[in-house]
Design a protein around this ligand. Structure first.
Ligand code: AHG
Length: 338
């Protein structure tokens, strides 16, 4: 006889229950997370047939970051923009794939209190080779008055002001992980019922891990402090928990997800060629910094807490160091002393 698990909690059920405890809850945030989940399911379907349809490869266009745009990037961007635009909980979006902010500027949207920033498909260089990729998002309360169109000041807020942040990893299974001030929870897509189901409640990043994730090919472009830390990762012996294993996929979502679950540190430092690093503050670093801090870890640019950086540009970049508390503390000793 078919066994039915009646203890399943879906993403919608969980968010509605959890967010009820917010004093000013109107249901908008859970509706917004549901909309993001819907777009994620559509992207999941397309990612899983990427090898079968003509969706791989470049569109021939270059995005605002100067990178080749993949067809699946465009598809994912359109899904997230479309779902959020037609929902009732979002006043406007900013995306890695769009030069400027996109205020929806319709009667219902103007009444919404949230704006969303996202990277629709992080790690897109990995699409063609069947390696995990992801979506990253960040949610803020708008600063402009309800009833008016959203504008740039709604999007240029420090990460500490995030109301919620999350990511979807399209991996061996598809997972939706999000954080609010109440904590971090993970949901795995059950494709048989088309629902994200609670699978990783109350995620805590272990204080110490065994993995370090960095592009070692850039080693001689990093500053002395970063080089010293990488050297320490490799020189540790068993008595002090090492040596750590290096794991670097080239999809931050996958690398940080693993380190969040198992403990570890992810670094994208400044290089000589890229003095501000590669990763984008608003829709890559801030959401992960929020999630990792809420699970007990830390995130800095090598000097300051990521969540304290006051943004000045939509697509600004920052060096990023993020992960387990003890490993971040040791990294800080190395980078602060140089
Ligand atoms: P993209 O989405 O353009 O493929 O960028 C991916 C990001 C990030 O996810 C990853 O960790 C990093 O770029 C890898 O960059 P390097 O190849 O320079 O190490």
């Amino acid at each position: 006889m078919l066994k039915v698990n009646r203890n399943i909690v879906t993403l919608d059920e969980f968010t509605i229950n959890q967010l009820r405890t917010f004093s000013a809850a109107t249901g908008e945030l859970s509706a917004l997370l549901r909309d993001i989940g819907l777009a994620a399911k559509r992207v999941h379907v397309e990612v899983n047939k990427a090898g079968l349809v003509d969706i791989l490869g470049d569109t021939g266009e270059i995005n605002v970051q100067g990178e080749a745009v993949k067809k699946l990037d465009v598809y994912a961007n359109n899904q997230f923009v479309g779902v959020l635009k037609h929902g009732v909980s979002c006043a406007g979006v900013a995306s890695e794939e769009l030069d400027d902010i996109l205020p929806f500027n319709e009667v219902v949207s103007n009444k919404s209190k949230y704006v969303v920033l996202f990277d629709p498909l992080d790690g897109s260089g990995n699409i063609d080779v069947n390696v995990s990729i992801g979506t990253i998002f960040s949610i803020y309360n708008r600063k402009t008055a309800l009833g008016t169109p959203a504008d740039l000041q709604d999007f240029l807020q420090p990460g500490s002001q995030q109301i919620a942040a999350g990511y979807i990893i399209y991996g061996s299974s598809t997972m939706f992980v999000y954080a609010t001030k109440l904590g971090v929870n993970g949901f795995t897509l059950d494709t048989s019922i088309g629902e994200f189901c609670l699978s990783h409640p109350n995620i805590q990043c272990p204080a110490q891990g065994q993995f370090y994730s960095v592009n070692n090919g850039n080693f001689y472009e990093y500053n002395k402090g970063v080089q010293e830390y990488i050297d320490r990762c490799q020189r540790k012996d068993k008595s002090n928990g090492g040596p750590y294993s290096q794991r670097y996929i080239g999809s931050m979502v996958a690398d940080v997800h693993r380190n969040l679950m198992k403990g570890g540190i992810f670094m994208y430092p400044a290089t000589i060629k890229k003095p501000n690093g590669k990763l984008r503050l608003l829709y890559e670093c801030n959401p992960f910094a929020y999630i990792v801090e809420k699970s007990g870890g830390m995130a800095t640019n090598g000097q300051n807490r990521i969540l304290d950086i006051i943004p000045t540009e939509l697509h600004q970049r920052t060096p990023l160091f993020i992960g387990s508390k003890n490993m971040m503390t040791e990294l800080n000793e190395c980078v602060m002393s140089k």
